[in-house]
Write a new protein. Structure first.
Ligand SMILES: Cc1cc2nc3c(=O)[nH]c(=O)nc-3n(C[C@H](O)[C@H](O)[C@H](O)COP(=O)(O)OP(=O)(O)OC[C@H]3O[C@@H](n4cnc5c(N)ncnc54)[C@H](O)[C@@H]3O)c2cc1C
Length: 346
C-alpha cells in the first residue's frame, strides 16, 4: 500500500503548507512538510478571514467563528474626519496562532514534518514538489525562472493586539498621504491595530522600536487614538517590510507547483493573502485527491489571485494618495467585498 502512494514534498509549513497537508488524502499521498522555522510558524497577530476561505476550511474540518457584528466602523481621514460609515465587511478576524493550531490539528498523523531549510528544492524526492515557501520562494524560480526574485516595496507594516475593546467611534481605517492606520475589535476584550507607511528604513531585519519611532513621526498630528496606540504598543508588536511576488503567468511546471505567498504575495490591503493561500491549498489538495489536472487547477486559481495581487496594490495607492477623493460607491464595493471571488474555486 505504502509503495502505491504518490510522494508529495511540501516546502513551508505556514498557512498554505499546513492547509495542503490537511487536505491531501493520506491513502493516496505520502506527504512530507519541510519547514525551516517551526517555532515561528504559530506566532503572529490577527488575520481577517473572508467567507470563501471559511468555507474552504470547513471542507477540511477546520471550524472558524462567524464574523462578529461591528458597529461604528468608518473610513476616516488621518485626523479622524469620517469619510464613509462603512458597513462591517463579512470578515472573521481570527487570532493567527489560533488559526495555525486549528490547521496543525487537522493534519493527519501520517504526514511527516521535517525541520529543514531546503536550499535546493530540485534535489527533493517526490512526484510533486509544492512551494508553500512564502514570498522568498525557491520553488517559484523552478516554475517561472524570470520570477525568482521577490520585489521590494517602500512599505513597512506594524501589527499588534492590545487588551480592551476599541471605542466604536474609533473603529475603521484612517487614510492619508503615504500612510494608513486600522483599528478593529478582535474579541470583546481585545483590539487589533495595524499600520502601513512609506519607510526610509533599511532592509530586514527591522527593529520594532525603529519602525515605531518612524511611525510616531509619520503619524504626528493624526487622530489622538493613533498617537496613543503607537505610544503604548505592547510586547507582541510586529514590524514587517512588505514584499511582493512578481506577477506570474503560471503556478505549475512539471512536478513543481507554487501556492500562497510563493505564488502571489501582495500588499495586505484586501486582507486576502492567507485567504488565498487557504483557497489555493484546499482546491489543489481536492484536485489531486480526485486525480484531476494541475493545469485545470492553475486555470481556476491564477486569474483571481493575480487580480487580487493587482487589486491590493491599487487599493494601497488609492488609500495613501495625496488626492483622496473617494467615490462612495466604489469604496463601499471594494471594502465590503474584499475581492471575494465570484466563481467557485473548486
Ligand atoms: C501586515 C500584514 C497583514 C496581513 N493581514 C492579512 C489578513 O488580514 N488576511 C489575510 O488573509 N492575509 C493577511 N496577510 C497575508 C498573510 O499573512 C500571508 O498571505 C500568509 O501568511 C501567506 O501564507 P503562506 O503559507 O503562503 O506563506 P508564509 O506564511 O510566508 O509561510 C511560508 C513558510 O515557508 C517556510 N519556508 C520558506 N522557505 C523555506 C525553505 N527554503 N525551506 C523550508 N521552509 C521554508 C517559512 O519559514 C514559512 O514558515 C497579511 C500580511 C501582512 C504582512
Amino acid at each position: 500500500m505504502r509503495g502505491q502512494r504518490q510522494r508529495v514534498a511540501v516546502i513551508g509549513g505556514g498557512v498554505a503548507g499546513l492547509t495542503l497537508a490537511a487536505t491531501l488524502d493520506p491513502r493516496r499521498f505520502e506527504v512530507v512538510v519541510h519547514e525551516a522555522q517551526p517555532d515561528r510558524v504559530s506566532g503572529g497577530a490577527a488575520l481577517g478571514v473572508w467567507p470563501s476561505a471559511r468555507r474552504a476550511l470547513a471542507r477540511i474540518g477546520v471550524a472558524t467563528p462567524a464574523p462578529a457584528a461591528v458597529s461604528g466602523a468608518a473610513l476616516q481621514t488621518l485626523d479622524g474626519r469620517r469619510l464613509i460609515e462603512a458597513p462591517a465587511p463579512p470578515l472573521t478576524l481570527m487570532d493567527r496562532p489560533a488559526l495555525m493550531s486549528a490547521l496543525a490539528a487537522a493534519v493527519p498523523s501520517s504526514v511527516r514534518h521535517e525541520e529543514a531549510l531546503i536550499a535546493d528544492p530540485a534535489g527533493l524526492d517526490g512526484e510533486l514538489v509544492v512551494g508553500a515557501d512564502g514570498v522568498r520562494s525557491q520553488v517559484r524560480g523552478l516554475v517561472s525562472p524570470a520570477a525568482v526574485r521577490r520585489r521590494a516595496t517602500p512599505w513597512v507594516a506594524l501589527r499588534a493586539v492590545v487588551p480592551g475593546a476599541p471605542d466604536p467611534r474609533e473603529v475603521g481605517e484612517y487614510w492619508g498621504p503615504g500612510r494608513l492606520f486600522g483599528i478593529t475589535p478582535l474579541a470583546p476584550d481585545r483590539t487589533y491595530w495595524f499600520t502601513s507607511h512609506r519607510s526610509r528604513l533599511g532592509p530586514e531585519p527591522l527593529e520594532v522600536a525603529a519602525v515605531l519611532a518612524e511611525a510616531s513621526d509619520v503619524f504626528a498630528g493624526a487622530a489622538p487614538v493613533i498617537g496613543h496606540l503607537l505610544a503604548t504598543p505592547g510586547a507582541n508588536t510586529l514590524a514587517t517590510r512588505l514584499w511582493l511576488a512578481p506577477p506570474m503567468t503560471r503556478y505549475v511546471r512539471g512536478r513543481y507547483v507554487v501556492v500562497g505567498d510563493a505564488a502571489h504575495a501582495t500588499l495586505p490591503n484586501l486582507g486576502r493573502g492567507a485567504c488565498d493561500a487557504i483557497l489555493d491549498a484546499v482546491s489543489l489538495g481536492r484536485t489531486l485527491n480526485r486525480g484531476g489536472s494541475l493545469l485545470g487547477w492553475q486555470a481556476r486559481r491564477l486569474p483571481t489571485t493575480q487580480a487580487a495581487h493587482l487589486g491590493a496594490r491599487t487599493m494601497m495607492e488609492f488609500a495613501t494618495s495625496r488626492r483622496l477623493q473617494p467615490s462612495r460607491d466604489w469604496l463601499l464595493r471594494a471594502i465590503t467585498r474584499g475581492g471575494e471571488p465570484v466563481a467557485p474555486t473548486g
